[in-house]
Structures are given as C-alpha cells and as structure tokens.
Write a protein that binds this ligand. Sequence first.
Ligand SMILES: *Cc1c(COP(=O)(O)O)cnc(C)c1O
Length: 335
Amino acid sequence: MPLADFPRVRLAHTPTPFEPMDGLTKLLGGPRLYVKRDDCTGLAMGGNKARQLEFYLGEAKAGDADTILITGAVQSNYLRMAAAAAAKLGMACEIQHEERVPGMGADYHSSGNVLLDRVLGATIHTCPGDADEKAADAALEAIAGDVRARGGRPYVIHLGEDHPPLGALGYIDAAREVLDQASQAGLAMDLIVVPSGSALTHVGMLIGLRLAGSKVPVLGICVRRGGDEQADRVLRRASEVADMIGKPGLIGAEDVWVDDRVLAPGYGIANDETLEAISLAARHEGLLLDPVYSGKALAGLIGLVREGVIAPDQTVVFLHTGGTPALFGYQSLFG
Ligand SMILES: *Cc1c(COP(=O)(O)O)cnc(C)c1O
C-alpha cells in the first residue's frame, strides 16, 4: 500500500531545521558536519518519536481506540511522547517502565522523562528488570486486557519484531527533507549518521533515501544491541517496510551499515566517549544531546572521524533524534 494510504495524524513540527555544525567541524579538522534537528519536532520537548507516533496514533484513531499503551525504559523518550500524543488526541495513556538499566538512582526514577510522564497524565506501571522484549510485551498485553475489561478500547504500540514496523514510515518524510535541505544548501552528502535502537528511524531513513533514488549511505550507531545482531535487525525490518509500501527488494544487505564501538557497557549506560560527545556538542554547538541515544551516536561519529574511517573531505549529516529531557534523569553524570 502506498505511504499516503496509511492512517496518519499530524504531530511533528516539520520540516525540522538543517544546520551546519561549524564549531565541531573546526574542532575535528573536517569532515564538514551538519545536523538535522529532529530534537525540534515539538510534541512535549521533541525527538524522533513524534514522526513515528504519527502512524501508530493514526492507526489507533482509525480503529477508534481510546487508550494508548506502550512499554519502554524508565527514561524512555518514547513513553513521554506517546503520553503527549495521547493527550493531544483526547485519549488516555498507560505506560510501562522497564527497569532495563541497572543501578540507577533517584533522579533516574523521578526526573527527566518520568517527571514529564506524570505531568502529561499517563498512568504508570512498572515491569521487572529481567524482562526481555517479549516478556515486557506480554506484561503490556495484560494491562491492555485490564483496559478492555473496564470497557476501554486499547491500542498497543508494539516495538517488538513480531509486529509491523509502522514507526519507520515516519522517517521516509525525514529523508525527503534532508535531501531537499542538502540540495538547497548546494551540498553533496556523503553520509548520514543516526542512532540505531529499535532500528525504525534507521530503516525509515534508508527507505526514504532509496525511494527518492538517493544512494547516500546511512550509518547506524548501535545503542541497544551489538553490531551483528543490529545489522540483521535493520535488514529484516527494512525488508518488512519495503514490502508494506509495495517496494519489495528496495533494501539489500549492501545498504546496511552499523557500528557498535560506543555501545559498551550497554543500553542506557554512558561511557567516556558519550560524555565527551555530549560536552563537545554543548560547548561548541550549543546542542543538547542525551547519554542514551544522541550522545552515543555523536560519540560513534567522532570515533570514526578520529580513526579516519570518515575522511576529512566528506560531508556528513548527523541526525539529532532528541532525548534532551533524559539529561535531567542522568544529572549525576554531570556532577
Ligand atoms: C528512541 C530513540 C532513538 C532510537 O530510535 P529507534 O527508531 O528506536 O532506533 C534515538 N534517539 C532518541 C533520542 C530516542 O528517543
């Protein structure tokens, strides 16, 4: 089915800005760096999920749902933005906090996105730390059962691989925006760098570029899983999206590029490279990145520049996917 036929609601402020990062370009001695500001999508403080939610909430609305359900990490930006989207559309929202990140303190559990979840009026549930993706989904289904038993009409936003990757559709437009903005600025892009978690942002960007006939490579910096596992996931999800929009075979293994150099020690845990990237972006660009996603993605990009994998004469676009509120949940890192 063509993209235009998928149910959709408008939530994101688009097109988001496209800006040079002159300070970081100078500091690193090239490549020429640009940033696509998807931290500026609006919807309760912005981020990549605004574009993804347009399609989930579109389906929810088309199915006459009255309650949105979603599960994720305690400091998930997705949960915060789903709560905002539900509020905007007059729906209730039940969110499930998964204790995915061990050893986190009081700020992590009460500030940043958690504070905003509360302000936005979401009902908050918690799920034990040892739950994997499937177990967390099952626990969420149980909550959906309770909503149904109360006479509600739940819509569950599923990010697991046994559900269609609807959110990726939101990034097809983002790819078109980047292509337009780069061409208006007279730039030949050599590379687009994105964080790769559920991989739907990564996949949507890739699909959008190839649909528009662009061969620009997309590099996904792993924030959740190791490189081999993530590469498989990107290819599987990309094939599904290509099928969904009636373009089977659009993406092949040669399109998939991921790098997990800054993933350790694991999801949601910042390392020295990430803290350095957050600090450099803040102090040389006035940009606020987060320790879980956008900071790690920039750290991966900086690492590849320093190693010469990304050459000084290249033009690189960094997708800033947001996450800024999580800084407040991780404030002890910035003592
Ligand atoms: C969710 C999220 C990501 C990861 O996006 P996926 O589509 O899940 O790969 C990146 N950055 C931020 C700030 C996020 O909230």
